[in-house]
Design a protein around this ligand. Structure first.
Ligand SMILES: *Cc1c(COP(=O)(O)O)cnc(C)c1O
Length: 445
């Protein structure tokens, strides 16, 4: 006899999920294990900046699908576009008009983009951009930065070797050492670390194909590029004959029309996109100079493909969201929303007496409250500093906020994403909840 499915509580859903899915989730951070939850809320609906879970709890959502939804959930224009597209057929595995329109929009808006190729995720976009960079330069090794995230393809799952070693080591079982050793980990905001690695690697017979960077690091908490950092990377890449690749999967069309490369005035050779350009549907894109992108099949011989790439629903959703962002002057609003969120968090921390043991970092609508654990009042500039953070304090704060109906990323190393739909009352509620949470002593387990 089969038991009747219980879809009514998050606890029951998680119990069922763990029987059929590793850890009960389809992406690790969602399990909320690191913040001590026995199960995560299962979300059944969202509207604007409110989400509702299977237990009927309503939350203010500061995650917004990890940044994919700057206009909030179920935006009327985006829903209408997806509905219209779905009625015309969900996938053909053939060219469709919408992918041309979205590619034109991206090529028009993004300085480095002369050609664009769509994928179904950011991971595919970064792994494909790396393949192009390696093919274009005839080199295998590349540089990226400790604490940045470029998706879960093998070459990006590497950690720095110890001491003076340049060779990366696998950061996950299943990644071959031979793959990871071609990944060299530099220190964010430290140009000398990049120069040193490039030099040591070349001396060992391995020239650098590419420097991969999040132009604003948003996966170790928000870390802004120091003045001159991105310009310095551009110069080093040119000097050593490597390509500069901006991973704009988070920053693209969030920090402004065209992304971080417009905001900071530094043009890479290749760039990757995702999240926002799909309006909440699975999407990615890699873009860049015509001569480089022309290496991609079928115009060139670098193989890259996807059954669902350029999917009509994803293209329709992306187009609707990007057009709405432009037409509604959303970037001015997002900047203001980010500033309000930053001010709310900073004031709450001060009021709770935690002003000197926390720091708030913001770029545009990306905001992180760093729990420093010590009195220093300076936000981390790289991952070595970010790793010192007080994650026990973070977990306690996260739990208190969730109980108060504030849904935040379940990791100290992620950003809060302000949308155009967070209102004054939501900010006030967050401030109130944070004031209470930060004033609590943390119980040491
Ligand atoms: C989310 C993210 C990715 C991976 O995108 P997926 O769609 O999750 O595969 C890559 N790079 C950055 C900077 C990201 O934030």
């Amino acid at each position: 006899m089969t038991t009747s499915p219980d879809l009514t509580t998050s606890a029951a859903l998680f119990a069922r999920a763990t029987r059929v899915t590793p850890g009960g989730v389809n992406s690790p951070v969602r399990a909320m294990g690191s913040v001590g939850r026995t199960h995560p809320p299962f979300i059944v609906s969202g509207e604007g900046s409110r989400i509702v879970d299977a237990d009927g709890n309503s939350y203010v959502d500061w995650v917004q699908s990890w940044g994919a939804l700057p206009l909030g959930h179920a935006d009327a224009d985006v829903v209408a576009a997806i509905t219209r597209a779905a009625g015309l057929g969900s996938s053909f595995g053939a060219p469709t008009p919408a992918e041309v329109e979205l590619a034109e929009l991206i090529v028009d808006a993004v300085p480095c983009a002369e050609l664009a190729r769509f994928t179904s995720s950011g991971t595919e976009a970064t792994m494909s951009a790396l393949r192009v960079a390696r093919a274009a330069t005839g080199r295998d090794a590349f540089i990226t930065f400790d604490g940045t995230y470029h998706g879960h393809a093998d070459p990006f799952l590497a950690a720095g070797g110890s001491g003076l070693a340049t060779l990366g080591i696998p950061s996950s079982p299943g990644v071959p050492a031979a793959t990871a050793e071609l990944t060299l980990l530099a220190t964010y905001n430290d140009l000398q670390s990049v120069r040193d690695l490039a030099e040591a690697s070349a001396a060992g017979g391995r020239e650098i194909a590419a420097i991969f960077v999040e132009p604003v690091a948003a996966n170790m908490g928000v870390v802004e590029p120091a003045p001159g950092f991105l310009e310095g990377l551009r110069a080093i890449a040119d000097e050593i004959g490597a390509l500069l690749v901006f991973d704009e999967v988070i920053t693209g069309f969030r920090l402004g029309w065209g992304g971080a490369q417009v905001r900071y005035g530094v043009t890479p050779d290749l760039a990757t996109f995702g999240k926002i350009i799909g309006g909440g549907l699975p999407v990615g894109a890699f873009v860049g100079r015509r001569d480089l992108m022309s290496l991609v099949a079928p115009s060139g011989s670098v193989y890259q493909a996807g059954t669902l790439s350029g999917n009509p629903l994803a293209m329709a959703a992306g187009l609707a969201q990007l057009n709405a962002l432009r037409e509604r002057d959303a970037y001015t609003v997002l900047e203001e929303q980010g500033a309000r969120l930053e001010a709310t968090i900073a004031r709450a921390a001060d009021d709770a007496g935690a002003g000197s043991t926390t720091a708030v970092s913001r770029v545009g609508s990306l905001v992180t409250l760093f729990h420093l654990g010590v009195e220093q009042h300076l936000a981390p500039q790289n991952f070595t500093e970010a790793k010192q953070l007080d994650t026990a304090r973070f977990a306690a704060t996260h739990a208190d906020l969730l109980s108060a109906g504030q849904y935040l990323p379940a990791s100290q190393f992620e950003a809060l994403f302000a949308s155009t739909t967070h209102d004054a009352q939501m900010l006030e509620q967050l401030g109130d909840a944070l004031r209470v949470a930060l004033a609590q002593p943390v119980e040491v387990a």
